[in-house]
Design a protein around this ligand. Structure first.
Ligand SMILES: [Zn+2]
Length: 247
């Protein structure tokens, strides 16, 4: 095996969170966020697509090692490249917040235009994340979300209900959470991923209250291992203290 193509070294085992809910776990070193999926009995719903086509394909292999259900929907939690550059791999209609689609379209007119995209990957992505390799982006095409919503979207498939909720917050304005009420599990994307020296106490407080109101017991963040309510509360206290005292 040569180069990345021997990317088996990055291959990880899927992690089962609940009866029907799995993740392909994140890898901080390669800025690979969590990719989640829910098996509904009437098809799979995938949450985020990875930082590159190669990452997406690796996650898809992990999915296929467990399930041969068709992928009915892909959800983008927000537009950032590390969550959307695997979109093409899943060949399913993409759901995102209306703002996510709008911002992505702006990107597509700018740095992510087809003739500029690989240049941007080289100058931005590979500079910021030198552990990644250009080959992982070979054949990259950006696929836009085709189903959008503002506020809130309820998605029922098979026996599974998902609530897509607008979170906005402190990372990006287009962030949504994906909540599974029966499992009390909330996919957060990067909604709670930020620098603690930002002066954001008010916005952060609002976001935490919004999350709290959902009644989730377990949280799946973009770049961390899943955690429970207690851990979230502990993190929240630390963030709020830091974001109050900074500046
Ligand atoms: Zn991310």
């Amino acid at each position: 095996m040569t180069g990345i193509l021997g990317s088996q070294y990055l291959e990880r085992q899927p992690l089962r969170l609940q009866e029907r809910v799995w993740i392909y776990p994140p890898d901080w070193q390669h800025l690979e966020p969590t990719i989640g999926w829910v098996s509904t009995g009437a098809g799979l719903i995938v949450i985020d697509s990875g930082n590159s086509p190669e990452h997406g394909r690796r996650a898809l292999r992990a999915i296929r090692s467990i399930s041969d259900e068709p992928i009915r929907y892909l959800i983008n939690t927000h537009r950032h490249w590390d969550h959307t550059f695997g979109n093409q791999v899943f060949a399913a209609p993409i759901i995102a917040h209306a703002l996510c689609r709008r911002k992505l379209e702006q990107n597509l007119r700018d740095d992510w235009a087809p003739d500029r995209l690989m240049g941007w990957v080289q100058s931005f992505v590979l500079t910021h994340v030198p552990t990644l390799q250009l080959e992982q982006f070979a054949g990259l095409r950006l696929i836009r979300p085709e189903i959008t919503f503002s506020g809130h979207l309820r998605l029922t498939l098979g026996a599974t209900r998902l609530e897509l909720v607008y979170l906005g917050g402190v990372h990006t304005r287009d962030s949504i959470g994906v909540y599974l009420p029966a499992q009390r599990l909330l996919f957060l994307g990067d909604a709670l991923y930020f620098r603690t020296d930002q002066q954001i106490a008010e916005r952060l407080g609002r976001l935490l209250r919004r999350i709290d109101a959902l009644g989730a017991e377990r949280f799946v963040a973009g770049h961390e291992r899943p955690y429970d309510r207690e851990v979230l509360a502990r993190k929240a206290r630390r963030w709020l203290a830091k974001s109050n005292s900074s500046g």
